[in-house]
Design a protein around this ligand. Structure first.
Ligand code: THG
Length: 374
């Protein structure tokens, strides 16, 4: 496997900035990642631990414009989106968000978007880091579906943390408090309807605003920022400690196209209804028959603070390979290292002891946990 190289990233037009980038930079962003060809802030000069405590106690504003929308629109849209996912969308209602695996003909994971049902003939796939647009356009052309597929200029902004409701109510009115988990509604912002969902890449609660007019980006940021001053708002980003403890998976890290959704512990999002048809169904049925060979779990391991896990670290038990971990960090709350990994059959029971081969050469004593550790 190719290792990441320790060099600076050269930026050009292909690495897209966002409507919020000027504010993110003014507030001292210290690192970016690139997701969906778009910058994703990774820090603002504070430690991940400091950001973690703040996210759990207060409220943060995240530029998650890299969560791009693949829009599927047209008379065949519902049929077509259903073909792309093993999650049963037939009873989904307009205004609903659905976390759903997108798989290929071998049941390999293409992506794990949040699907928004905007209308009977209009959907957004709010994607993780892979080019779903191209997969979708190829499928629609090949199958002859009557749909138009594009990536609209939509830039999600997340307000996350226990004080998110208070901040959002000040900006959009008290009615935003009534939005239910994984539902969305439109609320006025200076005469412009804003799509607001109760969702986000943390377990601390909050909202995502799907801005569809980039010219309002700075005004939107500033309004939330100003309203948030009374609640100790800070700029932030998905927090590695929080997401590992919460068991939130990251495409390309925890799993790739080499993995199927059952290995990714997504059983709840893979229909067992024989009347549902989707790409990869035969492969899913075969995997169900044979049983999965591995599954994603949590792992905790001892020793001092782990170095960053930027590739995969082997797990073993008594000289036998037990799997690997794909993300790891020190948890200041559990006072141990927390990780997410892929555990081979025979080694995936909660409580299983494993040895972790860290990148710094150390071997740590680890134990398998449930995916959601907190
Ligand atoms: N928000 C939006 N788009 C996204 C993400 C997001 N696209 C990329 C990436 N994140 C997709 N991955 C996830 C992973 C987990 C969740 C959301 C997106 C999530 N899961 C809930 C949980 O685990 O508690 C359960 C969801 C459910 O009950 O359906 O929130 O963050 N817009």
């Amino acid at each position: 496997m190719l290792k990441p190289v320790p060099a600076k990233l050269a930026v050009s037009r292909r690495q897209r900035s966002t409507p919020y980038t000027p504010r993110v930079e003014a507030l001292g962003v210290s690192d970016y990642s690139i997701v969906n060809h778009t910058v994703l802030p990774k820090g603002f000069g504070r430690s991940v631990e400091e950001d973690y405590w703040h996210l759990r106690e207060h409220v943060q504003l995240w530029d998650v414009s890299c969560q791009r929308q693949v829009q599927i629109q047209g008379v065949d849209a519902a049929k077509f989106v259903q073909l792309m996912t093993p999650r049963d969308l037939r009873k989904a209602s307009i205004g609903q968000c659905l976390y759903a695996p997108i798989i290929d003909e071998n049941a390999g994971m293409i992506n794990d978007p949040v699907i928004l049902k905007l209308g009977e003939d209009r959907f957004w796939l709010s994607i993780a880091d892979s080019d779903v647009l191209l997969w979708a356009k190829g499928l629609a052309l090949g199958y002859g579906f009557d749909v138009s597929i594009n990536e609209p200029e939509v830039s999600p902004l997340a307000v996350q943390g226990p004080k998110a409701d208070d901040v959002m109510a000040k900006v959009f009115g008290e009615a935003v408090r009534d939005i239910k988990f994984f539902k969305f509604a439109y609320h006025d912002f200076q005469g412009h309807p804003m799509l607001i969902a109760r969702s986000g890449y943390s377990k601390q609660g909050g909202f995502e605003i799907y801005l569809d007019d980039s010219s309002l980006g700075l005004t939107l940021w500033d309004s939330i920022w100003d309203a948030g001053q009374a609640f100790n708002i800070r700029p932030g980003c998905p927090n590695l400690i929080e997401r590992i403890e919460g068991g939130l998976l990251s495409y390309g890290n925890e799993f790739t196209r080499e993995n199927n959704p059952l290995e990714c512990a997504m059983d709840d999002y893979v229909s067992t209804d024989p009347t549902l048809n989707y790409i990869g169904k035969a492969a899913i049925e075969k995997i169900r028959e044979e049983g999965i060979a591995r599954v994603i779990r949590g792992v905790q391991f001892d020793g001092n603070k782990t170095p960053p896990c930027a590739s995969t670290w082997m797990l073993s038990t008594g000289g036998r390979i037990a799997g690997y971990i794909s993300s790891a960090i020190w948890s200041p709350r559990f006072e141990t290292n927390v990780a997410i990994g892929m555990l081979e059959r025979g080694f995936w029971d909660v409580g299983q002891r494993v040895s972790v081969a860290c990148a710094d050469g150390s071997e740590r004593n680890g134990v398998v946990t449930a995916l959601q550790q907190a």
